[in-house]
Design a protein around this ligand. Structure first.
Ligand SMILES: Cc1cc2nc3c(=O)[nH]c(=O)nc-3n(C[C@H](O)[C@H](O)[C@H](O)COP(=O)(O)OP(=O)(O)OC[C@H]3O[C@@H](n4cnc5c(N)ncnc54)[C@H](O)[C@@H]3O)c2cc1C
Length: 285
């Protein structure tokens, strides 16, 4: 019988790959987590500017995996959510949908957590777990599932396991090679992502303004800081992405409004085209 490198081969060491590997380890199964990028790139503080709105179920999962103890202190509880109509130049309108954490029994409805903390904690956890082998800078080029599962890395090395998992992101090569088709389309919008400092406290309130060009999300981070996800039509978003930091903030201020006092940019800006990508299946032979 062929020598196996692990029970499970997991392609992708982003968020889902390490979470799955840790859960499998708790059940006594060994895995190899393969990621094309070097670990140092993935744990860099400026990696991609994401901050996650983690729903209660995600927090429960991270707690069960032993990750929450490492990241909880960096997370900002979301105590309220306000969704309102907004008009450029006026900020949020006077009427809004309101969700309050006091209406649910189990703690805050979610937490905001910056990607850099979550990614770093997951990488540290998989490095420390004896049942997990983490291979960074290991790009998977092909796979063979005709007998158990095998992947070939750039450079020619072949790894074998009983099961192959594709946790390699929304353009999953594993899924494509397995014949799993996708449905999807672009929304013609791009999300501009950054963090801002503000003069006044946010009090744990997340805001979503539905503007004519797309929604503006203002999501509380620890301290007087919020994560911004500003969706705009592609041409306008392109111009805003290319604008200088000063010009970008001049455009953002009237959309944001003045309810948190003056705002200033904190750190880098990022932009992500918004697309729907829905896999038609999740399992293949
Ligand atoms: C701005 C922004 C905000 C977001 N906010 C939220 C939020 O609030 N809440 C939420 O739940 N989600 C949010 N998301 C979505 C979330 O980031 C993704 O759903 C999540 O990262 C998917 O995790 P993943 O592990 O499947 O893929 P990824 O995190 O994309 O990781 C995939 C990994 O696979 C590796 N890889 C790819 N191809 C190969 C290959 N051939 N060989 C080896 N490795 C390979 C890549 O290097 C990468 O590290 C947000 C996304 C963005 C961009």
């Amino acid at each position: 019988m062929e020598q196996l490198d692990a029970d499970i081969l997991i392609v992708g060491g982003g968020l889902n790959g390490p979470c799955l590997a840790l859960a499998c380890a708790q059940a006594g199964m060994s895995s190899v987590v393969l990621d094309a990028l070097p670990a140092v790139t993935r744990s860099d503080v400026g990696f991609d500017g994401r901050a996650y709105a983690l729903a209660l179920a995600s927090v429960r999962m991270l707690r069960a995996l032993g990750i929450w103890d490492e990241v909880g202190e960096f997370a900002q509880p979301i105590l309220e959510i306000k969704a309102s109509d907004g008009r450029a130049g006026e900020g949020a309108g006077p009427f809004f949908l309101h969700f309050d954490h006091a209406e649910i029994e189990e703690g805050p409805m979610g937490h905001m957590l910056e990607d850099r903390y979550l990614r770093r904690a997951l990488l540290a956890a998989i490095e420390a777990e004896p049942l997990i082998t983490h291979r960074a800078s290991a790009r998977v080029l092909s796979q063979d599932t005709s007998s158990l599962a095998a992947v070939t890395l750039e450079g020619g090395e072949v790894l074998r396991g009983r099961l192959l998992i594709g946790a390699d992101g929304r353009r999953s090569g594993v899924a494509e090679r397995a014949g799993i088709k996708r449905t999807g389309w672009g929304y013609g919008q791009t999300a501009l992502v950054c963090a801002v400092n503000h003069e006044l406290p946010h009090n744990g309130i997340a805001h979503q303004f539905f503007m004519p060009g797309g929604p503006l999300a203002i999501l509380p981070l620890p301290g007087n800081q919020s994560s911004i996800v500003w969706s705009e039509s592609e041409p306008r978003a392109g111009a805003l992405a290319r604008a200088s930091d000063d010009d970008f903030m001049t455009a953002l201020r009237p959309v944001f409004g003045s309810f948190l006092g003056d705002i200033s940019l904190s750190g880098q800006r990022f932009s992500y085209p918004l697309t729907l990508s829905l896999a038609q299946g999740f399992v293949a032979e």
